[in-house]
Design a protein around this ligand. Structure first.
Ligand code: FES
Ligand code: FES
Length: 274
């Protein structure tokens, strides 16, 4: 069977119902192929979910893709000339059904939430869109920038590459959960005092990563720049160690020198309490 492909590529911060309904109208009218690319102000995940649900309700096959190809709807399409290179011939895909959803229990910042999520929903989307915790940022959505870093059971993870179902029953901490009763953690206070940011986009991820990183160091974990293969104690934390251990967190503003200072200072103050 041959299918037409609707590809959607969106990079928006907020949902815009008018845009979404415009897209869905196109699908409803059987257009089958509609491309919206780089439109500002369109919520990618909402669009994916709405489009996939519409496709399924109409008996179409839908494949929700991750990364930059936000959603592909595989719709029955008229055969085209074999010389038409824009035509895409796809094998049959497994349709999304109720069986692709799971009920999960997410404990985030000491509060337990019960959610019913698509099995393919990322932890980042669940945090930002289902729980309105927008501290974790969607920078690359590919695990490359660290802007989405959160702590799962105290370990740092990139939430854009973590499935929400995989975080079921784990304790998730986002930057919103670090301060207690309005009191900043030492690492947050150090970032503020030492100007460890400019635009601030990467900062929630940097801070969560620093908390996890300092715990890893305190537990004696070596890094790629630690001398010796199997050190028998925590290596001394110097600038090279901090830069290596924080290398998964990019800062487009280049605020690395004060970020490193803030981490180092926090490591030596208060016995390393972060
Ligand atoms: S958004 Fe997750 S690593 Fe960039
Ligand atoms: S402060 Fe702007 S990206 Fe880091």
């Amino acid at each position: 069977m041959r299918y037409g492909v609707a590809g959607v590529e969106l990079f928006g911060r907020h949902d815009e119902p008018a845009r979404i309904s415009e897209f869905l109208d196109g699908v409803r009218q059987g257009g089958g192929v509609r491309l919206i690319r780089g439109e500002p102000g369109v919520g990618k995940s909402s669009l994916m979910t709405a489009a996939a649900e519409l496709a399924l309700s109409r008996g179409m096959r839908a494949l929700r893709a991750s990364g930059t190809a936000a959603v592909r709807l595989l719709l029955p399409a008229a055969p085209r000339s074999r010389h038409d290179r824009t035509h895409c011939c796809q094998p049959e895909r497994t349709a999304m059904t109720d069986h692709t959803r799971s009920d999960i229990s997410l404990r985030v910042n000491e509060i337990t939430h019960r959610l019913s999520v698509d099995n393919r929903r990322t932890l980042l989307d669940a945090l930002r869109e289902d729980l309105a915790l927008t501290g974790p940022k969607k920078g690359c959505d590919h695990g490359q920038c660290g802007a989405c870093t959160v702590l799962c059971d105290g370990r740092r993870v990139v939430s854009c590459l973590t499935l929400a179902v995989a975080a079921d029953t784990t304790s998730v901490t986002t930057v919103e959960g670090l301060a207690t009763e309005g009191e900043l953690r030492p690492i947050q206070e150090a970032f503020l005092r030492l100007d460890g940011f400019q635009c601030g986009f990467c900062t929630p991820g940097q801070i969560c990563s620093a908390v996890g990183m300092l715990a890893e160091h305190a537990a004696g974990w070596p890094s790629a720049v630690t001398a010796g293969d199997a050190p028998d104690r925590a290596p001394e934390l110097d600038e090279a160690e901090v830069r290596e251990r924080m290398s998964g967190n990019l800062c487009r503003c280049g605020a690395y020198p004060p970020i490193v200072r803030a981490v180092l200072e926090t490591a030596v103050r208060d016995g390393g309490a972060v």
